[in-house]
Design a protein around this ligand. Structure first.
Ligand code: NAD
Length: 358
C-alpha cells in the first residue's frame, strides 16, 4: 500500500527555486508510479523571505515545517549580504534557525560517484569506482558548542570539547537504522586513544551496537580514516562520527564525487527531516537555466530512503540519473571539456531527461 506524506518545499534564493522544481517533479513521478500520496506546501526562507516579511525565517514557515513529514530545501543567500558582513538580518539565519527549531542533530552526506563521472575527480578512477558512503556527522555537540576562553594576556586559548551520552546515543541509533537499510556495515570514527569524549563515544557506540547484531561495527581512529578515505574509499559504507571530525572528513570525501552539483545532504532529528543539495544559491548562474538539478533530485532520493524507508524508490532515482549520464547528458559543471561526446543541457532539459529515464 502506498504511503501518505506531507512535504514542504522551501526553494529559497538564487538557483534554489530552479533546482527544487526538479526535485519536486521527481517526487510527483515516484508517487504516481508507486501509488504514494505526497501533498505539497511551499514556504519562504532566506533573502526572498526578508524581502517579503522582514524575517529570514517567518513564523509561518516554521509552523508549516513542523506540520510536515519532510522538507525539500533549495539554498539561501544573496550577493548583497555576502559583501556586507555587518548586516544584522541575513539569509543564512533562516537555515540555522530552522535546524535549531526542528532539533536536527544528525547531518547525513552520501558520497556516491556515478561511473560516468569518474574522470571528474582528482583521484584515480580505479580507486573511486564503486564508492558509496553515507556519513552521519553529529551536529549539536563537540568543540563548536563547548566553552571558549582566552587568557588575560591573550596568549592562551582553549575550546572545551564536550559530549553527553544522549547525544551519542541518538545519532548512533540513526546511523544503525540507516546501516540496516544499506549493506549492514558501520564504521564509527573517533580519537579514543587520546580524547575522553572519544572514549565516551566509543563506549556508547559499543552499547548501541548490541541492539543491532545484524550490523557489523568497526571502530577507527580519525587519522587513519582520513588516510583510508583517499586510499580505499570503497572500504566504507555508513560512517558515524562527531561534529569536528565529520566537518573535516565530509569535505575531504566530497571531492571523491567531483562536483558540488552532484551532492545532496540531509539533516535529521526526531521529527521532520530536512533535505538539501550541499551547494549554495550560486548567484553567478542564477536565472540562466545553467544549474545542475541532480543534487536536488538526489536530495529527494535521500528523503525517500531515510525519512520514509522507501529504498526501492530511492534506488530508481539514482538509476535514472545513472542512465541520463550514461546517455551522455551533462549540465555545464559536470561536462568534460576534453570530449566532444557530452551533450550539454540546461537545468530544464536535464530535469526532463531524468524524468524520462525514471
Ligand atoms: P555556491 O555553492 O552557491 O557556488 C559555488 C560555485 O559552484 C559557483 O561557481 C556556482 O556557480 C557553482 N555551483 C553551485 N551549485 C551548482 C549547481 N547546482 N550547478 C552548477 N554549478 C553550481 O557557493 P558560493 O558561491 O560560495 O555562495 C553563494 C551564496 O550561497 C552565498 O550567499 C552563500 O552564503 C550561499 N550558500 C548557501 C548555502 C545553503 O543554503 N545551504 C550553502 C553554501 C553557500
Amino acid at each position: 500500500m502506498g504511503l501518505s506524506k506531507k512535504i514542504l518545499v522551501i526553494p529559497g534564493d538564487g538557483i534554489g527555486a530552479e533546482v527544487t522544481t526538479w526535485g519536486k517533479a521527481v517526487l510527483e513521478k515516484i508517487a504516481a508510479v508507486y501509488g504514494h500520496t505526497f501533498t505539497y506546501d511551499e514556504a519562504l526562507m532566506g533573502h526572498v523571505a526578508i524581502e517579503a516579511t522582514g524575517s529570514p525565517l517567518p513564523d509561518e514557515t516554521l509552523t508549516k515545517a513542523k506540520a510536515s513529514d519532510a522538507i525539500l530545501f533549495g539554498a539561501v543567500g544573496h550577493a548583497k549580504y555576502d559583501n556586507d558582513p555587518t548586516a544584522k538580518v541575513r539569509p543564512e539565519q533562516g537555515l540555522l534557525g530552522i535546524r535549531k527549531a526542528l532539533g536536527l542533530y544528525a547531518n547525513l552526506r552520501p558520497i556516491v560517484l556515478f561511473d560516468e563521472l569518474l574522470d571528474a575527480s582528482s583521484l584515480k578512477p580505479e580507486v573511486l569506482k564503486g564508492t558509496d558512503i553515507l556519513f552521519f556527522r553529529e551536529l549539536t555537540g563537540d568543540v563548536y558548542f563547548g566553552e571558549k576562553k582566552r587568557s588575560e594576556d591573550r596568549n592562551t586559548g582553549s575550546d572545551l570539547m564536550i559530549y553527553h551520552r544522549y547525544e551519542v546515543e541518538r545519532i548512533a541509533r540513526k546511523a544503525y537504522e540507516a546501516a540496516r537499510l544499506r549493506s549492514h556495515r558501520l564504521c564509527s570514527v573517533d580519537k579514543a586513544n587520546v580524547l575522553e569524549t572519544s572514549r565516551l563515544w566509543r563506549e556508547v557506540v559499543q552499547e548501541i551496537a548490541k541492539e543491532y547484531p545484524d550490523v557489523e561495527t568497526e571502530h577507527m581512529f580519525v587519522d587513519n580514516a582520513a588516510m583510508q578515505l583517499v586510499k580505499n574509499p570503497k572500504k566504507f559504507d555508513v560512517v558515524l562520527t562527531a561534529n569536528l571530525f565529520g566537518d573535516i572528513l565530509t569535505d575531504e570525501a566530497s571531492q571523491i564525487a567531483g562536483s558540488m552539483g552532484m551532492l545532496a545532504s540531509a539533516s535529521i532529528g526526531d521529527g521532520t527531516g530536512f533535505f538539501e543539495p550541499i551547494h549554495g544559491s550560486a548567484h553567478d548562474i542564477a536565472g540562466q537555466d545553467k544549474a545542475n538539478p541532480l543534487a536536488s533530485i538526489l536530495s529527494v532520493a535521500l528523503m525517500l530512503e531515510i525519512s520514509f524507508g522507501l529504498k526501492d524508490e530511492a534506488r530508481k532515482i539514482t538509476e535514472a540519473i545513472d542512465k541520463t549520464l550514461k546517455a551522455g547528458y551533462r549540465t555545464g559543471d559536470i561536462a568534460d571539456s576534453k570530449t566532444e561526446k557530452d551533450k550539454i543541457l540546461g537545468t530544464t532539459a536535464m530535469g526532463e531527461k531524468v524524468l524520462e529515464f525514471l
